[in-house]
Design a protein around this ligand. Sequence first.
Ligand SMILES: Nc1ncnc2c1ncn2[C@@H]1O[C@H](COP(=O)(O)OP(=O)(O)OP(=O)(O)O)[C@@H](O)[C@H]1O
Ligand SMILES: [Mg+2]
Length: 369
Amino acid sequence: MALPLFANDILTIDIGFRYIKILQIKRKKNNSLVVVNFGIGDTPKGCIKNGAINDKERVIAEIKKVMHEQNLDAKEAKIVISGTNIITRIMMIDKVPEEEVDKKAWEEIKESLPINFSEHSVDYKLLGVINENGTEKIKLFVTAVSKKIITSYIDILNSLNLKPVAVDTPANSISKFFQKEVKYEESENWIKKKRRIKSSSSNTYAVIDMGSETTIVNIIKDKSPEFNRVLLMGGSNIDNAIARTLELEQRHMDKAERYKKMYGIAVKDPNNELENTCCKTAKAVVDEIIKNIKVCFDFYQNRCAGETVSRIYTIGGGSMLKGLGDYMEQTLDVPVYPINALTIDGIEFVQGLNLEKINYLINAIGVSF
Ligand SMILES: Nc1ncnc2c1ncn2[C@@H]1O[C@H](COP(=O)(O)OP(=O)(O)OP(=O)(O)O)[C@@H](O)[C@H]1O
Ligand SMILES: [Mg+2]
């Protein structure tokens, strides 16, 4: 019997407030990953409250439906937890000999994290040594997740008869994704455009996940996650604002979302009154989101001894908002790269897959590594 070319397929699942993303992935012998197929389902309304899944049955039913429709039949799964449930902190400890780092790290974590340690799963990564006012300090990236939340995600996988292989955070899956070499097909126009923007050569970049209820700001330096903040604002705030401005009823919220997708924030036809109104309304929300992103960048630089962010990658459905990339570049003065414009070493897609939706899938791809 011929040896199978691939090891077992796995499913990866990212349950967002608006869409559920499910991918089937194979690992090739050379270790590169192949996305075999994927499906995107609608998260049933009202199933997720404050980041926790409070109506598992309806979520499970939707996942089953998508799996069936797209023929996703792997038996093992990895899942990403919703960002709003996770505590992340950058901490500094005095530099101590290597064998004492772990003890010192846990002392600091126990002292400064305001959580019940028996109810949380806590983890840290060493980010290296920095010099703070003449003293050498070790920088830590600390993550804490409630054990109850982890169990609820495992329950979902069990109910789907899937063997849970990993439950991970968005910050980890994003940083794993960006471990890979990210490449651009840089056209002449593209290069000219980028030259107009001040670009620092630091190896620090931001990955901004523009979701429906949340915008997650990740800062990655030398491929390690250094900062993660979940802003409780996203695409649905734009829908709500458009609905309010147009005085649409709650049940016509899908209309507001449609206008948002159609018009974005850059007016194309100045004579179209509806377009002008929607763009202006959407832009006001985007301004608020960008203001908060800027606060994160400043905090990272001033309080976490971080470097200037040299580029921004945008992911998530909200990153498709028309005119967003250019507007972000102007306001933040940092080059913005939408994820759909790149190719990534070590990740392949089966021919024929519709890759227009790749920006939705980054969390679910990252968790597969
Ligand atoms: N073309 C588009 N223009 C603007 N917004 C879009 C477009 N396509 C999708 N969106 C928005 O993207 C959001 C959904 O993206 P995504 O699936 O990344 O969010 P989510 O993961 O469900 O939410 P969260 O991350 O907050 O849990 C919705 O607000 C949707 O309206
Ligand atoms: Mg999301």
